[in-house]
Design a protein. Structure first.
Length: 241
């Protein structure tokens, strides 16, 4: 059956139906062009004859696709990981702070005996949170317990800190205008440590360690003998500067 086409107010044809389909497929004709079959008396849209060439109609009121909700799993995992990290860091810091405040006991820093003097009272060592110093305290006495020595060793984080602490304690114990007596502890011509005093206490420093000696019933010679036999001074002799 032959078909006439009205395109842009121009009448074309007649065309065989196969030719019309070919022209629709190639885009030469549009479904909106008017057409009439031979023998008919009413024009209509070409798409009415061939609906397969009509563009699909999208409903204007079509519901929007729901926006997918963001998964909270990743957020929760991220927050959980962050708090776990904080707990881990806090635990590590807490462990080191505890270890700094309560250092392990040490027979090197607090020996059981110093020559003829025996440790009667050993106090638990204590330090500060930052680990910049640790204190070891004990009370020694001779066999007859007529001489008592109070021993305090402070281990600092650096040698300069020990030197500063020694000078500060001298200032605190020396009376106004009094010049402290300074000395060294030598062994075989080598200096083992240094010391100073304005009477009591007697201060002895070795590297980053500072020992303070006081007591009751003990003479100056007792303190000197005790200092000469500290673990880092064994076999030394005090020499005044």
């Amino acid at each position: 059956m032959q078909i006439y086409i009205n395109k842009n107010n121009q009448q074309l044809g007649p065309f065989e139906e196969s030719k019309v389909l070919e022209m629709l497929g190639s885009g030469q004709l549009s479904p909106n062009d008017l057409a009439i079959r031979q023998g008919e008396n009413q024009w209509q849209r070409l798409g009415g004859f061939y609906p397969q060439f009509e563009a699909p109609i999208v409903a204007k009121s079509a519901a929007k696709e729901p926006t997918p909700k963001k998964s909270r799993t990743g957020l929760l995992l991220g927050c959980g990981g962050f708090f776990l990290l904080l707990l881990l860091i806090g635990g590590v810091l807490g462990f080191f702070a505890y270890r700094n405040m309560y250092p392990a006991d040490s027979t090197v820093n607090l020996p059981n005996t110093v020559k003829d003097y025996k440790l009667n009272d050993r106090y638990p060592p204590k330090g500060n949170v930052w680990g910049s110093e640790a204190n070891f305290v004990g009370i020694y006495s001779n066999e007859s317990k007529t001489q008592t020595i109070i021993y305090l060793l402070t281990e600092f984080s650096s040698e300069s800190a020990a030197q500063d602490a020694m000078q500060k304690r001298l200032v605190e114990t020396c009376r106004s205008g009094e010049t402290p007596m300074r000395f060294t502890f030598d062994k075989g011509g080598s200096q083992m440590s240094e010391g100073a005093t304005c009477a009591i206490p007697l201060l002895v420093r070795k590297d980053n360690k500072l020992v303070q000696l006081g007591g009751s019933g003990a003479t100056v010679d007792t303190f000197i003998e005790f200092a000469e036999n500290l673990p880092f001074n064994v076999g030394s002799k005090m020499i005044k500067k």
